[in-house]
Design a binder for this molecule. Structure first.
Ligand SMILES: Cc1ncc(COP(=O)(O)O)c(C=O)c1O
Length: 313
């Protein structure tokens, strides 16, 4: 990992090696943290953060669900993200804002403990391997289900909930697959361990909805806009497991995974086994916008060097 040298903690930039926590930190015991994953891409105008505001909004919303009193506004966090990238001198990077319940009392309740906010940046390549974007990945349907509605809060990106995602990923890796797809409690397709899923059949695009226990991904929202701009019909419907085997195309979306084609599910080839025309059309627009090669007419990029410096600069 090629990390930044500075980490933003509670309003100040500190050295990477000083960003440590005490062993009684509540989040270590009970998963009481919320986080985001954001990418900044290299563009001809320097680094640009992709969809900063929706990510920050989701962080604020995750805190609301987890009843964590976040001491910063969305605007303050946006400024802090840009400042951290700038000070670390990245041309492109992954950004990990993290809010944790810290030290105070032991025990479940946690609201008497400190709340600590961090912004971590590091350089990170292709999440599912360098070949994945061009040729696709082989995945399995996991034996682990996503948590049922009312047992977890899938709309919040809350640390403890990611134990379920770890089970899905580890099982897939142990079985020789790049990633696992979880079904929801009713047996319908939910999402990958850390990705949303799109399924194409006879020219129509299907994707699960919030009722399928998914995280509402920012990349999912981006891709829905791209698909609408390209004129495709989109249906938010329950997707049966066997639809995955009969689909013409399937792809994952996520900040880490970007737009990654799926070439097989449970060793059954998806379509021709090559990325299909809808997948390629979406990838072309997505990567052209994120690399600054195509006009950003939706205003998705925040250019790090052109944005306002923070107070105190
Ligand atoms: C469980 C889960 N689903 C979907 C996604 C994709 O969301 P996004 O596109 O906002 O990165 C992520 C990644 O954050 C995730 O962790």
């Amino acid at each position: 990992m090629n990390n930044g040298t500075l980490i933003w903690r509670n309003g100040e930039l500190i050295r990477w090696e000083d960003a440590t926590v005490h062993v009684t930190t509540h989040a270590l015991h009970y998963g009481s943290s919320v986080f985001e994953g954001i990418r900044a891409y290299a563009t001809p105008q320097g680094p640009a953060v992709f969809r900063l505001q929706p990510h920050t909004k989701r962080l604020v919303n995750s805190c609301k669900i987890a009843r964590i009193d976040l001491p910063y506004s969305a605007a303050e966090l946006d400024t802090a993200v840009l400042e951290t990238i700038r000070q670390n001198g990245h041309e492109s990077c992954y950004v990990r804002p993290l809010v944790i319940r810290g030290i105070g009392r032991m025990g479940l309740e946690g609201r008497h403990n400190s709340v600590d906010t961090y912004i971590i940046t590091f350089e990170w390549g292709r999440y599912l391997g360098s070949d994945a974007i061009d040729h696709g990945v082989d995945v399995q349907v996991s034996s682990w289900r996503r948590s049922a509605p009312g047992t977890a809060a899938s709309l919040g990106k809350i640390g403890g909930q990611y134990v379920n995602s770890q089970f899905i990923s580890m099982e897939a890796h142990d079985n020789g697959f790049s990633e696992g797809i979880a079904l929801d409690i009713n047996g319908y397709v939910s999402e990958g361990a850390g990705e949303n899923i799109f399924v194409m059949s006879d020219g129509i695009v299907y994707t699960p909805g919030a009722w399928n226990s998914i995280l509402l991904g920012v990349t999912r929202d981006t891709v829905l806009t791209i698909l609408r701009d390209l004129g495709y019909e989109i249906r938010f419907e329950p997707i049966a497991r066997d639809m995955l085997y009969l689909a013409d195309e399937i792809f994952f979306t996520g900040t880490a995974a970007e737009v990654t084609p799926i070439r097989s599910v449970d060793r059954i080839k998806v379509g021709t086994g090559q990325p299909g025309p809808i997948t390629k059309a979406v990838q072309e627009v997505f990567f052209a916008i994120t690399s600054g090669q195509r006009e950003d007419h939706h205003g998705w990029l925040t250019h790090v060097r052109q944005s306002q410096p923070t107070l105190g600069d």
